[in-house]
Design a protein around this ligand. Structure first.
Ligand code: ADP
Ligand code: MG
Ligand code: MG
Length: 193
């Protein structure tokens, strides 16, 4: 269910997963990027934890606004802007009465503010879109999220830094897809879905 409590634990669990997997996300970013995705995400996550602790009265829209500002201000690289726009767009969606799927559709628009990203271009979109499809079909599970993350191994990067080293890409999970997987695992575990 989508409530202030479940969304709060959604974001808190996401923060925990980013902390726990910082090194792993950096490692994923080494062969196809610059090895900083975990460190980048952690800075935003830590800042958000502080904001969550202070903003105890925040509603849904404000919670995602805090998340958006943390990632835009503290997370470097492409991911900071991408996740920042995702959360700010979700925040806007929650200014009105909305549902989970529509708010995620707004989040996807946030990603697309950097230009159209298609499926199979080795980005977080490769997790975001299939997860939306699974929610629509009422079949989202932790296993399916994991499968979507792993599917990025075989894709050829067309966006961001990884596109410049695309020859070496096969067999590597996209780091942004992996962090996005944590976001949706956290969503399931928080009972939002
Ligand atoms: P940087 O590449 O600046 O070091 P990060 O390592 O934090 O930034 O993030 C890299 C991730 O960002 C990639 O794994 C990919 O998922 C995502 N990404 C990069 N560019 C785009 C884009 N245009 N659209 C969607 N996702 C993107
Ligand atoms: Mg990087
Ligand atoms: Mg970088």
């Amino acid at each position: 269910m989508l409530t202030v409590e479940t969304v709060r634990s959604w974001l808190s669990l996401f923060i925990e997963k980013l902390e726990k997997n910082e090194k792993y996300l950096n490692t994923l970013d080494e062969p196809i990027g610059d090895g900083d995705h975990g460190a980048n995400m952690l800075r935003g996550a830590k800042d958000l934890r502080g904001k969550l602790a202070e903003g105890l009265q925040a509603g849904l829209s404000e919670l995602f606004k805090m998340a958006g500002m943390s990632f835009i201000q503290k997370t470097g690289g492409a991911a900071g802007l991408l996740y920042g726009q995702v959360f700010l767009h979700m925040s806007e969606a929650f200014q009105e009465d909305t549902n989970l799927l529509d708010s995620l559709a707004s989040g996807l628009e946030g990603i697309q503010t950097f230009g159209p990203t298609e499926l199979k271009e080795k980005t977080l979109v490769d997790v975001w879109i299939p997860v939306m499809e699974d929610i629509r079909n009422k079949r989202l599970t932790l296993d399916r999220i994991n499968e979507h993350v792993i599917s990025t191994k075989d894709f050829q990067a067309k966006k961001g830094r990884a596109a410049f080293v695309s020859k070496q890409l096969n067999g590597h999970i996209d780091p942004g897809a992996a962090s996005c997987g944590y976001f949706f695992e956290a969503m399931l575990e928080a009972g939002v879905y």
